[in-house]
Design a protein around this ligand. Structure first.
Ligand SMILES: Nc1ncnc2c1ncn2[C@@H]1O[C@H](COP(=O)(O)OP(=O)(O)O)[C@@H](O)[C@H]1O
Ligand SMILES: O=C(OP(=O)(O)O)[C@H](O)COP(=O)(O)O
Length: 411
């Protein structure tokens, strides 16, 4: 289905990293709990980056880590989105100090064999717009830029794209390469039927991808805010639930397209609703027709969950990004849990990814039973479309420039 020739990018072992200042983009956009002292509630993405960090430190590099966390307003410092809990967790995992640098864009003091964490890159104005000036500042911090952030490879932003243009050289990290290889292999000739499950809260980014996906997969299950948008498109009541009003028309067009292609997108017949978005809100299970104007749909109901679980049981390959409901609240976790149980009990090759999806699977204790856990969610959905991800395109460009320079040296 998709092919990635990893020879087209440079990797860590292609360069001498000793005494080099290395700026490495990682995806530490992890779930944070603010109950008690703020802490990382799922560290999968941090652990996945340890091999790259350790390899660089062993090679004698000075390591500066850059990541975003959440979606602060461009250039605004939201204390709830500080990477402080992440730096703390990373320090525990590495067994060494990891200072968090608040003001880093104009220069960082870091010695070979040392690692520092830069504060949330989305606190810097222009990051999400791939601002050239910001990208140049980031590039000026380093001798080598490494991109190991597969989870953010679908974003063309200053720290994932622009910086690679201006840094002396840009290379792919080991997690980035491992993810691309594993997903290419798994999705090359998938066992059929191929089932995709797309749920969660990032409706606008993901719903757009479904149109092409309908042509590639045999079955599609939607959940979370995406399912709500489809329900509205089908004329069903959704009360006050999360959805994307601007995309209702395109959801309606997709329902029609799927029906014509003979691959129905099943919509919930029952749901679990609440009157407020909170862990101890009263949970009521009802038929879709009974949803009231002030209801929030926070999970699928048991009848729907059983139907979706049955679909998972019959699949040859399952691709899953995005929980079916608000699994962080126990009362609204049953739908996601039922589906996760069915996925791991099936004979399908299962691929699951995304910050929250992976956290849900870990919460249910099922991580070891999914065939492949990816650190990417939206990134692997975009990878599925078959186009080169923007961050990878930049690494390829840098590798071409590097090769040209090597040839010129031989002249
Ligand atoms: N019906 C719903 N209403 C509001 N939020 C939802 C609903 N269903 C799921 N969610 C939320 O979606 C979030 C995950 O969405 P998303 O970021 O798209 O997934 P991922 O991080 O796995 O890619 C979870 O925090 C979950 O609570
Ligand atoms: O968590 C991420 O994506 P995911 O929710 O699809 O797993 C990435 O860090 C990208 O974050 P963004 O969607 O705010 O750019």
């Amino acid at each position: 289905m998709t092919h990635m020739h990893t020879k087209d990018v440079l990797k860590l072992s292609d360069l001498d990293m000793s005494d080099k200042k290395v700026l490495m983009r990682v995806d530490f956009n992890v779930p944070i709990s603010h109950e008690g002292e703020s802490h990382v509630s799922d560290d999968t993405r941090i652990r996945a980056s340890l091999p790259a960090i350790e390899e660089l430190l062993e090679a004698g590099a000075a390591v500066m880590l850059v990541s975003h966390l959440g979606r602060p307003k461009d250039g605004e410092r939201d204390p709830e989105l500080s990477l402080a809990p992440v730096a703390k967790r990373l320090a525990e995992l590495l067994g060494r100090d990891v200072p968090l640098i608040e003001d880093w864009i104009h220069g960082i003091d870091v010695e070979p064999g040392q690692v520092v964490m830069c504060e949330n890159v989305r606190f810097e104005k222009g990051e999400t717009e791939d601002d050239e000036d910001l990208a140049r500042h980031m590039a000026a911090l380093c001798n080598v830029y490494v991109n190991d952030a597969f989870g953010t490879a679908h974003r063309a932003q200053a720290s994932t794209s622009g910086v690679a243009k201006y840094a002396p050289v840009a290379v792919a990290g080991p997690l980035m390469l491992a993810e691309l290889n594993a997903l290419s292999k798994a999705l090359d000739e998938p066992a059929r039927p191929l089932l995709a499950i797309v749920g969660g809260a990032k409706v606008s980014g993901k719903l757009d991808l479904l149109d092409q996906m309908i042509d590639k997969v045999d079955q599609l299950i939607v959940g979370g805010g995406i399912a709500n948008t489809f329900m509205k498109a089908a004329g069903l009541p959704i009360g006050n639930s999360l959805h994307e009003a601007d995309l209702v028309d395109s959801a309606a067009a997709m329902l029609k397209k799927a029906e014509q292609a003979g691959s129905e997108i099943p919509l919930p017949s029952d749901v679990v609703v609440a009157k407020e978005f909170s862990a101890d809100a009263e949970a009521t299970t009802k038929k879709v027709a009974d949803i009231a104007d002030d209801d929030l749909i926070l999970d699928v109901g048991p009848e729907t969950a059983a139907r979706l679980a049955q679909m998972a049981g019959g699949a040859g390959t399952i691709i899953w990004n995005g929980p079916l409901g608000v699994f962080e609240f126990d009362r609204f976790a049953a739908g996601t849990r039922t589906l996760a149980d069915a996925i791991v009990a099936s004979n399908a090759f299962s691929i699951a990814g995304g910050g929250d999806t992976v956290a849900a699977i870990a919460r249910f204790g099922l991580s070891d039973r999914v065939s492949y856990i990816s650190t990417g969610g939206g990134a692997f959905l975009e990878f599925l479309q078959g186009d080169t991800l923007p961050a990878i395109a930049m690494l390829e460009e840098s590798a071409r420039a590097w090769a040209a320079m090597e040839r010129a040296r031989e002249y």
